[in-house]
Design a protein around this ligand. Structure first.
Ligand SMILES: Nc1ncnc2c1ncn2[C@@H]1O[C@H](COP(=O)(O)OP(=O)(O)OP(=O)(O)O)[C@@H](O)[C@H]1O
Length: 478
């Protein structure tokens, strides 16, 4: 069994045991030396200038669609704010080796020079400073193994053996890549699953559309090979348009699934289409009626993943992923993953750690949402985390409780409480108790205290007594 599952407070998972379901979000535990397929790429506009440019790009787009204006303006604020907040988010915390002050130093270093923004100038500078500094300067954060270098010019993509016509379209459409494109495009061309997080209007559509087309290469008649899912018909239409612009002159065929054309798409048996773009609802409807066959799909992109996860589309996403039984690559793009949402891409190592993480979503009596991806490898700890979820009042399927439990020694403390917040309070009280105990140990002059200290191996000494271990296990303090 290799279930791909989403836990949203309660729990969702592939209804059937699908051994083809890929582990798209591998736990990157330290003892796992396999290379993680998933790469998290997160960017934010650089300073005020960048934010203004991003907003300008976005406003340009809004000119075409007045209906979206209010909604998008709101989203701009939310995404920018949350992007800043995410800096202290463990779940998506990424590999910034140095802090932003150092970025500023880099900028100052360059201030003396006349910035050469030609393709040659950018390439020369990238060569001089190396990929790490390029990422820093463009506020690109990455998490994952074996990350391909960011590209500073689209021309560099010819190294990836991409179809010439698609690359030429890209170069005609845009002068240079945006930060999310700089990193996500080469990553997807390397056939990595990408979780791309970048602000609204930062060019995410192109960041996945180009590599999707490039990876598909030529049109073939075997059936739909890629699916892009977006939350609204308008967004699905925009994605289809971008894909069409980028694929002009190639024979690749892009199909938007709409109410009106469902019949036609079904009639053509999808042989003539390479990419299908749809909202989850419409696609699931077609699947349920047997109108669409996604068995040949190897690429799945979920756009605006945050919106989809937050608005109750998990069941549909489950069904779509399940229908794409032979898929090889799944990527998620989103303007933000933050706010009241915690996504555990790596499975929490204990129930305590799970509570610690999801506690971020529901502080001060507020409700929140937690989504946890798990694979078979996580089964040993799944049961105790499922107990926590059930205790907080959510539905958990019974099969999870039939999984073997961890031996008592290895199990973290069982958490029994009505809500996550009350549990957090109990654990903090427990922590205070332990702190007092440790204080007593330190202060104690008597034989008993000395003996206790010796037994626990001292504070923070990894392999100490049970109490010593507990000391470092949980930190729920804000
Ligand atoms: N490299 C680029 N240079 C300049 N403009 C670009 C570039 N890539 C995309 N754009 C333009 O920026 C605008 C916003 O792009 P896009 O819609 O892909 O952003 P997004 O990140 O998907 O936004 P949202 O989160 O709202 O969906 C579009 O008009 C697009 O054509």
């Amino acid at each position: 069994m290799d279930p791909f599952a989403l836990l949203r407070g309660g729990l969702r998972f592939d209804k059937e045991k699908d051994d083809k379901v890929r582990q798209i979000f591998e736990a990157d535990s330290e003892d796992d030396d396999s290379t993680s397929q998933t790469l998290v790429v997160k960017t934010k506009p650089k300073g005020k200038k960048g934010r203004e440019a991003s907003k300008r790009r976005h406003d340009d787009r809004d000119d075409d669609d007045d209906d979206d204006e209010d909604e998008d303006d709101g989203a701009e604020d939310v995404h920018q704010d949350s992007s800043d907040e995410e800096d202290d988010d463990d779940e998506l915390e990424v590999d910034l080796d140095e802090d932003e002050d150092e970025d500023d130093d880099d900028d100052e270093e360059e201030d003396g020079e006349e910035e050469d923004d030609s393709v040659e100038g950018r390439l020369a500078k990238a060569k001089r400073i190396g990929p790490k500094k390029v990422r820093k300067q463009h506020q690109i954060q990455v998490k994952g193994d074996d990350v391909p270098p960011p590209v500073v010019a689209f021309q560099q993509l010819s190294d990836y053996d991409v179809p010439k016509v698609v690359l030429s379209n890209l170069c005609k459409m845009h002068e240079k890549p945006t930060p999310i494109q700089m990193q996500a495009i080469p990553a997807m061309l390397k056939k990595r699953d990408v979780v791309g997080i970048a602000p609204t209007g930062s060019g995410k559509t192109c960041a996945f559309s180009f590599p999707l087309l490039a990876n598909l290469g030529k049109h073939d008649d075997s059936g739909i090979r890629a699916v892009v899912v977006a939350p609204t018909p308008e967004l699905a239409f925009q994605i289809k348009s971008e894909l069409e612009l980028l694929s002009r002159g190639s024979k690749l065929s892009i199909q938007l699934l709409t109410k009106a054309n469902v019949g036609n798409v079904a009639k053509a048996r999808q042989r003539s289409h390479d990419i299908l773009v749809s909202t989850p609802r419409r696609l699931v409807y077609c699947l349920s009626k047997g109108l669409i066959d996604l068995a040949k799909v190897s690429w799945v992109v979920i756009d605006e993943a945050d919106t989809l996860f937050e608005n109750g589309y998990e069941t549909q996403l489950d069904e779509i992923l399940h229908a794409c039984a032979n898929r090889e690559h799944v990527s998620l793009f989103s303007a933000t993953m933050g706010v009241n949402l915690v996504i555990n891409f790596d499975f929490p190592p204990s129930a305590n750690e799970y509570i610690h993480r999801v506690g971020r979503t529901g502080r001060a009596g507020r409700t929140g949402t937690a989504i946890t991806f798990f694979t078979t490898r996580d089964a040993p700890i799944l049961r105790s985390i499922a107990s926590v979820i059930r205790a907080s009042g959510c539905d958990v399927p019974d099969w999870i409780f039939q999984l073997p439990n961890l031996p008592k020694k290895q199990r973290s403390r069982t958490v029994t409480r009505a809500t996550i917040s009350s549990s957090a309070a109990a654990m903090m009280a427990d922590k205070a108790k332990r702190r007092a105990w440790a204080e007593k140990q330190r202060a104690g002059k008597g034989k008993k205290a000395k003996r206790g200290k010796k037994k626990s191996g001292g504070r923070g000494g990894g392999g100490g007594s049970k109490k010593g271990k507990k000391q470092g296990a949980v930190d729920l303090a804000e």
